[in-house]
Design a protein around this ligand. Structure first.
Ligand code: NAD
Ligand code: UDP
Length: 319
């Protein structure tokens, strides 16, 4: 049985990856310090003998007994609210954490895939963003702690590949959503759905003309799985190119939740990218991958998940 270590396993994407690798017949070693994740996301796997969980901060030395075939490094705060609350930890998990895991990959002769992000493109001046674009990041702005950690992460990963021959993969993930996002993580999908379900106004930041392109989690996991098993060592964008303005998106959520909530406008966070859409030519050509789930269907599934929360749980999210 092949063994995979997944860091950030109790988080949104990490927990779905655990499910996928278990389904594919892997032995899964899950690691997380629960700083932004929730153990409930993986509790259903605890009964399986091919699943283990380590509560560990990956910025500290990482040791795993025995052989290891693959590592997926997904530990990192991912929502702007989270990484602005814990900026130093964010920088550390992208830098020291990645260094530790690359060291482990080298020691175990394991292939490692690291979770990079569309944020490496910053507030992009090339649209849609292809992998050749170098990006436009304000290093000392508030989002710099995340963006630069991820840019460093890519650099050190390529260096381990070039200088140590470690088998590496880099996925640049564009806004992904679905069940198990944290209700109060501040990202726009749980924020709008939570507000609608609580009967609150939806908070649009700025004038709402900024765009994002939302990818359903199952499509994202499929892309990551294919990239891991491919031979391609350079970064690959995985996301859904269906672009929407945040204003239109808020209107979609109001319709979907069949509420008559109003939208209210709040200041745009500093350095909030004005446009974002993945160019997925590489993913199509190299991985034969493209997203299958449309936004309206994906949002319905996501809404069903959030409807499972009690009134008290919904009220707890008070950002
Ligand atoms: P998440 O916050 O739900 O999950 C991150 C997990 O990492 C959490 O469970 C958290 O407790 C854990 N973690 C953080 N620091 C840690 C540390 N030092 N040691 C051990 N565990 C630690 O976020 P997510 O959306 O699942 O994102 C997962 C990864 O994917 C991140 O690396 C993120 O940067 C990347 N990503 C996600 C998106 C997206 O749209 N979801 C987009 C781009 C990149
Ligand atoms: N956003 C918003 N209202 C909210 C939360 C987010 O208008 O309550 C906006 C945010 O300013 C950004 C977009 O929605 O332009 C996506 O934000 P998110 O935090 O989900 O992801 P990211 O900015 O990292 O793409």
């Amino acid at each position: 049985m092949q063994k995979v270590l997944i860091t950030g396993a109790a988080g949104f994407l990490g927990s779905h990856l655990c499910d996928r690798f278990i389904k594919e017949g892997f032995h899964v070693i899950a690691m997380d310090n629960l700083i932004t994740g929730d153990i409930k996301n993986i509790e259903h796997l605890f009964k399986l003998k091919q699943f283990e969980f380590y509560n560990h901060d990956v910025t500290k030395f990482v040791h795993v007994p025995g052989e290891l075939d693959y590592i997926l490094h997904f530990a990192s705060p991912a929502s702007p609210i989270d990484y602005l609350k814990i900026p130093i930890q964010t920088l550390k998990v992208g830098s020291l954490g990645t260094h530790n895991l690359l060291g482990l990959a080298k020691e175990k002769n394991a292939r490692i895939l690291i979770a990079s992000t569309s944020e490496v493109y910053g507030d992009p001046q090339v649209h849609p963003q292809n992998e050749e674009y170098y990006g436009n990041v304000n290093t000392i702005g508030p989002r710099g702690v995340y963006d630069e950690a991820k840019r460093f992460q890519e650099s050190i990963t390529m260096a381990y590949h070039t200088y140590h021959g470690v088998e590496t993969r880099i996925v640049r993930i564009f806004n992904t959503y679905g069940p198990r996002m944290r209700l109060n993580d501040g990202r726009v999908v749980p924020a709008f759905i939570g507000q609608a379900l609580r009967g609150e106004d939806l908070t649009i930041f700025g004038d709402g003309m900024q765009t994002r392109s939302f990818c359903y989690v199952d499509d994202q996991v499929e892309g990551i799985y294919k990239l891991l098993l491919s031979d391609y060592v350079y970064p690959v964008n995985i996301g859904n190119p269906d672009e929407v303005t945040i204003k239109e998106f808020a209107e979609e959520i109001v319709r979907l939740t069949e509420t008559d909530q109003k939208v209210i406008y709040k200041p745009l966070p500093v350095d909030d990218p004005l446009q974002r859409q993945p160019d997925i030519t590489k993913a199509k050509e190299i991985l034969n991958w493209e997203p299958k789930m449309g936004r309206s269907e994906g949002m319905k599934l996501t809404l069903e998940y959030f409807k499972g929360f009690s009134k008290e749980e919904l009220q707890k999210s008070d950002h």
